[in-house]
Design a protein around this ligand. Structure first.
Ligand code: 13P
Ligand code: SF4
Length: 313
């Protein structure tokens, strides 16, 4: 089928099934264009919690669809490709985390939403990149904190808040590929460009950044800032909304490197990009693959997510 056929069929099925399509900014442009709501991790969870639809088609990765299921357990939640994981989620298997947690029995556990539902059951408060600083600051200063699974986001929060959280050793495979050296070279060619970065990036990249924020933060910054040119250190999918919102401005994807060599495709998340229009259409039509979680996991994982939504309201 052609793109126009997918769009027509997806819109027809959406109405017929009272379904809603929630898409993350890192999805491909065609998927973003057919979505009912496009957002960052926090916005998508808030939308999942309040939707009146019977079915949520989650155009994103598994941990996001699981969060939607935890917040709306009576609704059917489907994901176009069930293999759409996340390197951060993979870095923190529950059994290893239990052993880690046991070494710090008095610590409050704050987990970045980019983790499995099982890890959330072992967590006191969940956070996203939008509310992470607020969530960390809600914990009394004398309390020890374990922050999992993103060491780069955790390190950034430590530097901003002056805390000394114990960090789990995980990283986003996309954000850790941004190269401070190549970004500096690009800035030399475009001296008027402002460098903006997601806090999942490594410290040397964040040090170069004129603005650091979540995907929604970055998008809003490009709209509100008088600057006309940006080097963007986050997954390339976000540039679609940036260009739509500010057609008069210029956007460059920050350059990435792997094993010391420039890497063109490393700013595309291989998990996010598993979803395609064809799979989106098929999962809406077949109502599969479906996210299924046990009642026990839903109940336990919901508490730290609800706490996050309460604190960040
Ligand atoms: P946000 O959507 O919270 O900015 O996080 C980005 C991300 O890594 C999603 O996988
Ligand atoms: Fe995970 Fe990074 Fe992909 Fe987001 S961009 S889903 S954090 S691997």
């Amino acid at each position: 089928m052609e793109t126009a056929d997918y769009i027509r069929e997806i819109n027809r099925l959406k109405k017929e099934k009272n379904a809603v399509i929630l898409a993350h900014y890192y999805q491909t442009s065609d998927i973003q264009d057919v979505a009912d709501y496009i957002g960052d991790s926090l916005g998508l969870s808030q939308e999942a919690a309040k939707t009146e639809a019977d079915m949520i088609v989650f155009a994103g990765v598994r941990f996001m669809a699981e969060t939607a299921k935890i917040l709306s357990p009576s609704k059917k939640v489907v994901l176009p490709d069930i293999n759409a994981g996340c390197s951060l989620e993979e870095s923190a298997p529950a059994d290893k985390f239990i052993a880690f947690k046991a070494q710090h029995p008095d610590a409050v556990v704050i987990s970045y939403v980019n983790c499995s539902a099982e890890l959330k059951t072992l967590t006191d408060i969940v956070c996203t990149s939008t509310n992470a600083i607020k969530i960390v600051e809600s914990v009394p200063k004398d309390k020890e904190i374990i922050f999992a699974p993103d060491k780069n986001l955790g390190g950034y929060i430590n530097r901003v808040t002056g805390r000394n959280m114990i960090l789990w050793d995980g990283a986003c495979m996309v954000h850790e590929a941004f190269s401070a050296k190549l970004i500096s070279d690009l800035k030399e060619k475009h001296p008027n460009a402002s460098i903006i970065a997601h806090p999942e990036s490594e410290e040397p990249v964040l040090e170069l950044a004129d603005y650091i924020g979540s995907t929604t933060g970055l998008l809003k910054h490009t709209i509100n800032s008088p600057e006309k040119e940006f080097i963007v250190a986050t997954e390339s999918g976000i540039l679609h909304q940036m260009r739509l919102a500010s057609p008069d401005k210029m956007f460059h994807v920050a350059p990435t490197a792997k094993n010391g060599h420039a890497c063109i495709a490393c700013s595309d998340c291989p998990h996010m990009k598993l979803n395609t229009m064809e799979k989106l259409y098929a999962c809406l039509r077949d109502e599969s693959p479906e996210i299924l979680l046990s009642e026990e996991v839903i109940e336990k994982a919901r508490k730290p997510i609800d706490l996050m939504l309460e604190i960040s309201a």
